[in-house]
Design a binder for this molecule. Structure first.
Ligand code: GLC
Length: 487
């Protein structure tokens, strides 16, 4: 069972470790890399989708929810991964994609040919004005001229969740993976499943025609009955804190990502506002937030904030009540790679003609060993790895006590024993500085441009700090420090 305050390591499977030399990370690679995950000190791994898929959106277009794509391995390799993870005390979280399927899914293939499976999708004689998240209309044509809905790429037709067959099939999928020992699910596009039956246009006020509709919560209540109380589920839902926290109700998914942090500027006041809003919204439903500093859909945190602030933000979020989801590669302080346009793979940027951000930069394979080939694969990596990334290699960082990896490693080792109470109280602090107390421990974040003497803020012993070169008596600008409060 994965606790609600666990640290979950998000593995973008394609880019973690390649076991067979084809240049794409896979399940054998991930299994081989688990000892490194354990050394880092997290509680569980979340795998981005490894189901059978034509990979039009890198696995978020699923053709068979109960099969592994040969690109990543097979069910035996999956079972071996779960066994190896459990043997090391790591939980395993799958990425579930319920909003849409691949256009190669047997249901859509039959629907396209005019079969009764059409009723499992949103097929209409005329499109409406809904827009795709990847740009353009959310409707494309079937060969006979009818239109089908896709909130993402045309290769990702949306399912009609009012259909009992869709609901029953997903319940079977949940049971299938639970029977294989999976400990949790990250739910992709959690807010999108219910659509306005009259396909009304987007308007201000009133429920949105396809985001966070009241009916979507009924779906997750039915899932929770299948999952039982102990299986972790976390909602990928973007929006205001009260709307996203609604998915974290105990009889629904139980957790929801606090994505607002990703859009919060580097300022003590703004960070405090976001944290307070997330905590309040989650507390109102009896839950705690799932904090994130990055994922495979946004620019890497080291690029968004710069390396020092990125590491400070990690320590700050790790000190808050709730869970933390660590995006693989952020423990190495990786920046976004500058992927040349001719190597772009992300449908979001390709389809929007570069208007929407390119997500490839945050998805580049990880450097394992210093040296020319960085150890990810014996073949050609699916996205080019910058030569300079040898400097970020895991082996080098594990050997250097001042590296990003080592700072996080020490913090993760101290985390659960230090932050034992769920309350967070802000204490008086100079402008630009946050001092948050949880029982006998205090987190200090210096978002100002001036060093701040530690003794003046809080007495006690420093347990972890984001700047290993800093003067021990001060909290440097852009630094986060954990203190065990003195008597
Ligand atoms: C989620 C995923 C993203 C994917 C989209 C469509 O936002 O995180 O990577 O493109 O859903 O499934």
């Amino acid at each position: 069972m994965i606790s609600r305050t666990a640290v979950v390591y998000q593995v973008y499977v394609r880019s973690f470790l390649d076991g067979d030399g084809d240049g794409v990370g896979d399940l054998t690679g991930l299994t081989a890399g688990l000892d490194a995950v354990v050394r880092l000190g997290v509680d569980a791994v979340w795998l981005t989708p490894v189901y059978r898929s034509p990979q039009a959106d890198h696995g978020y277009d699923v053709a068979d929810h109960r099969a592994i794509d040969p690109l990543f391995g097979d069910l035996d390799a999956f079972d071996a991964l779960v066994a190896a993870a459990h043997a090391r005390g790591l939980g395993v979280v799958m990425d579930l994609v319920p909003n849409h399927v691949s256009d190669q899914h047997p249901w859509f293939v039959a629907a396209r040919a005019g079969g009764p499976e059409r009723e499992l999708f949103h097929v209409r004689a005329q499109p409406n004005g809904w827009r795709s998240m990847f740009g353009g209309s959310a409707w494309s044509r079937l060969p006979d001229g009818a239109w089908y809905l896709h909130l993402f790429a045309p290769e990702q037709p949306d399912l009609d969740w009012s259909q009992p067959r869709v609901q029953e099939d997903f319940a079977s999928t949940l049971r299938f993976w639970l029977d294989r020992g999976v400990d949790g699910f990250r739910v992709d596009v959690a807010g999108g499943l219910a659509k306005d039956p009259s396909y009304g246009e987007v308007r201000r006020g009133g429920p949105h025609p396809h985001w966070d509709r009241p009916e979507v919560h009924e779906i997750y209540r039915s899932w929770r009955r299948v999952l039982g109380p102990d299986v972790l589920a976390v909602a990928e839902a973007w929006g205001p804190p009260d709307r996203t926290a609604a998915f974290a109700r105990a009889d629904e998914l139980g957790q929801a990502f606090a994505f607002e942090i990703l859009r919060t500027p580097w300022s003590a006041a703004a960070l405090r506002r976001t944290v307070d809003a997330q905590l309040a919204a989650h507390r109102a439903v009896g839950a705690l937030p799932a904090w994130v500093a990055g994922n495979h859909d946004v620019a890497r945190v080291a690029t968004r904030l710069g390396p020092e602030r990125a590491l400070a933000l990690h320590l700050f979020l790790l000190a808050l009540p709730g869970a933390f989801y660590l995006y693989a590669g952020d423990e190495l302080g990786l920046p976004d790679a500058d992927v040349p346009p001719e190597a772009w793979q992300d449908p979001q940027s390709l389809r929007s003609g570069g208007r929407l951000p390119n997500r490839d930069g945050a998805r580049v394979p990880l450097p394992w060993t210093s040296g020319e080939r960085v150890g990810f694969t014996t073949g050609e990596p699916w996205l080019p790895v910058p030569a300079a990334w040898s400097g970020y290699a895991r082996d080098r960082q594990e050997a250097d006590p001042a590296s990003t990896w080592s700072v996080l490693h020490r913090a993760l080792a101290a985390r659960s024993a230090l932050w034992t109470v769920d309350d967070l109280a802000w204490e008086p602090a100079p402008p630009g500085v946050l001092v948050g107390r949880r029982g006998g421990a205090v987190v200090v974040l210096n978002a100002s441009s001036r060093p701040c003497p530690l003794a003046r803020l809080t007495p006690g012993a420093v347990v972890a700090r984001s700047d290993s070169h800093a003067d021990p008596a001060v909290v440097s600008p852009s630094e986060c420090v954990w203190v065990r409060a003195g008597a």
